[in-house]
Design a protein around this ligand. Structure first.
Ligand SMILES: Nc1nc2c(c(=O)[nH]1)N[C@H]1C(S)=C(S)[C@@H](COP(=O)(O)O)O[C@H]1N2
Ligand SMILES: [Mo]
Length: 389
């Protein structure tokens, strides 16, 4: 049996990985584009009116790259996209810190610069949207851990809350006080242990250019290994407190309801969407040649949170699971590209599916294994694709 990967090992891996990326300097490594003589086999499971605008979309994928171009990176925001003036922008650090801070964009940019390729998906990504709410980009910024060290977390600090500039009116009903109408900013929180991981970044660049308004300009948080909701855009306030933050996006929205069987009992657990659950999908299928000499090639991506991947396997029709090859351009927090090639395939309708296994041995489940999960968040089910040859 395999030992669970320890947090300690992850911290060390994380720090080393962050350092070595900078040295590599080969970010825009293009995905193996469709080779000469190779043609894309279209999926037959794409709804006819499907809008292929975003991200790792099935039809757009032939042109996709390991790094998702910024204009193709999916977008999610709950209160619209605020315009923030970079000249007057300030990042505030308040609450249980010894030295409260207020940093201008220039002051932030003078801090040690770190680049990291990070892939993530929306916690609401699922097969009905063809799992297209995922992307992989190169982010440039500075470490949150160093900033929090400079601010000096007090001993009784238990929660770091990250607020965006964007806000909306929310009706909050708790206990007997009745509905309360209040204006709230987009907010998400991390416990100090998670916030102090070396790979968590406050970023101002995406793919080598200043963040666009839609992706959080001038500054956003990137929490590698977590679902997209953790990556607070338009970040302008970090508040440290001694109690759990239970704002909408931690405790009323982005909450997974899932039954867990414990002995002969089912515990209905409600948990905040947090670390990415191991997942993969086949995104592109191509063929080369004709007749008996045809060669098929499947390409897909996997996400395993902050954990390394142990394996990705691919299955065609009801055949055996076969090991896919992981791409050498993958890095610790990027999405993980995989390929699988084979020859024989009779004319007709077929299916192809992949399943990833993380370093702890957790295997991506089949949809039927997620029966006790009643909310659509965190759908990491194996995604069966259909095609005809
Ligand atoms: N301030 C703010 N940050 C936010 C959100 C938001 O609504 N407001 N949406 C979150 C969600 S749910 C996701 S999936 C990611 C999407 O990031 P992207 O639009 O850059 O892809 O941003 C997260 N950060
Ligand atoms: Mo999301």
């Amino acid at each position: 049996m395999t030992e669970p990967v320890s947090r300690r090992a992850l911290i060390k891996g994380g720090a080393a990985a962050v350092a070595s990326y900078a040295a590599l300097g080969r970010w825009e490594w293009a995905l193996p584009t469709v080779q000469q003589g190779e043609e894309v086999v279209p999926w037959t499971d794409v709804p006819p009116n499907f809008n292929p605008q975003r991200a790792l979309d099935t039809r757009a994928l032939e042109k996709s790259t390991f790094i998702t171009p910024t204009e193709n990176f999916y977008l999610v925001q709950h209160y619209g996209q605020p315009q923030v003036d970079p000249a007057t922008y300030k990042l505030k650090v308040t609450g249980l810190v010894n030295r409260p801070m207020e940093l201008s964009l220039d002051e932030l940019k003078r801090r040690p610069r770190v680049e990291l390729i990070v892939g993530f998906e929306c916690g609401g990504n699922n097969p009905t949207s063809l799992n297209r709410l995922a992307g992989n980009a190169r982010w440039t910024g500075t470490r949150l851990s160093a900033l929090l060290r400079d601010a000096g977390l007090q001993k009784h600090a238990k929660e770091i809350v990250f607020f965006g500039v964007d806000k909306g009116m929310e009706t909050v009903t708790h206990g007997r006080s009745g509905p309360q109408e209040v204006e709230q900013h987009f907010g998400r929180s991390l416990i100090p242990e998670d916030a102090m991981q070396p790979e968590v970044l406050i970023v101002w660049e995406m793919n080598g250019a200043p963040l666009t308004v839609s992706h959080g300009a001038p500054v956003r948080l990137i929490v590698p290994g977590w679902y997209g909701v953790a990556n607070v855009k338009w970040l302008n306030h970090i508040h440290v407190q001694d109690t759990r933050y239970a704002g909408r996006f931690m405790a009323r929205d982005y909450v997974t309801l899932k039954g867990q069987t414990v002995g002969d009992q089912v515990i209905w657990n409600e948990t905040s969407v947090a670390r990415i659950r191991v997942k993969s999908m086949v995104a592109r299928l191509t063929r080369n040649g004709t007749g008996g000499g045809t060669r098929y090639s499947a390409l897909g991506f996997a996400l395993a949170g902050a954990l390394p991947l142990r394996a990705v396997e691919v299955r065609v029709d009801s055949g055996p699971w076969q090991r896919a090859a992981l791409d050498r351009m993958n890095t610790a927090y990027s999405w993980q590209f995989f390929t699988y090639q084979w020859n024989e395939l009779p004319a007709g309708e077929h299916t192809i599916v992949s399943r990833a296994t993380d370093a702890n041995g957790v295997v991506q489940p089949e949809q039927s294994e997620l029966e006790l999960k009643r909310t659509t968040w965190e759908n990491n089910a194996q995604f069966v694709r259909r095609f005809t040859v």
